[in-house]
Design a protein around this ligand. Sequence first.
Ligand SMILES: *Cc1c(COP(=O)(O)O)cnc(C)c1O
Length: 370
Amino acid sequence: MIELVPLQRQFQSIRQEMLQALADTIDSGKYILGPNVQRLEQEIADYLQVDHAIGVANGTDALVLVLDACGIGPGDEVITSPFTFFASAEAVSRVGAIPVFADIDPQSYCLDPVRVEEKITPATKAIIPVHIFGQPADMDEMMRIAEKHGLIVIEDACQAFGAEYKGRRAGSLGHAACFSFFPTKNLGTIGDGGLIATSDERMAERIRTLRQHGSRQKYYHSEIGYNSRLDELHAAIVRIGLTKIDDWNGERIRLAGRYRAAFANAPHVRVAEEKPDRTHIYHLFCIESDQRDVLQQALAGRDIHSGVYYPLPLHLQAAYAHLGYRPGDLPVSERLSERILALPMSAFLYDSEQDRVIEAIAAAQGDVAP
Ligand SMILES: *Cc1c(COP(=O)(O)O)cnc(C)c1O
């Protein structure tokens, strides 16, 4: 069986270091916001070239805390992508604001700046571009639009640790950025974790207070906050991953290159463009096909797992029925949801396994009506 993401292989490859980190954490007596969280925050700030990194409980909380720290709440609108994991919009709703969905660019699957600008109203406070599947969104345009309209830009970089945009790291491009260390993310742990990156000193201070019950000094609370901290043990594990992440991303990029070459002339399979000024770190490798379900079944018949990310765009989710969107409102996202298929991708996928995936797609194409 070929898994979509052979996750155990990744963690088994750092098993000894993880066991040592567990032993060290047990012996340290410091389990919450201890030295590993502090060091990880410094290491990631250095890696991203930002002034502040703040560990939190998960990527969703990272988004919620940034929105809250920016004072975004009821009556405010936040523009984001309908083609992403639910959390990108859920966080907006969680602080009481309204997610406004703008359609995506069919080449990169990221928010289309032209569509974003069309959705701006006097109530708009922020834009959340999502670096979907590991390729940064068009951040120069997002920042230009934000400046023109006085908006905050929050990067949802949960799928893009280590990706670059014009030589700068994803996560250092907006006013703040959110990361997730969920196990399947390209930099992950064996549980939940998240992080916020920003160079805005006041925002960083506010988030540090919010993540700890609105408290700067123990048992004194200046505001209503959250309990949203990155665990010491998970910080220790992410620190191990951080020493490998450039190699792991490099391997993903190499495997993506093999897929791209294999599908370059495939009649029924389309692979989205890589933008020339960005590095796509391939959190997921996706193809598009009119016969997506046939391909997925053909792969399953050979014991190869594939996945549909995402089968229903957010503006058509039941949870957002009250927003009043209709099928056809955001056609690029809707069409993509019917065509997209993620193939096995990981730094720990073997070339021989990938060859079997490529063969299976080629064989299935013979079965697919043109
Ligand atoms: C995973 C993910 C999140 C949420 O992160 P969690 O750590 O699972 O809360 C948010 N946005 C995107 C794009 C994600 O992929």
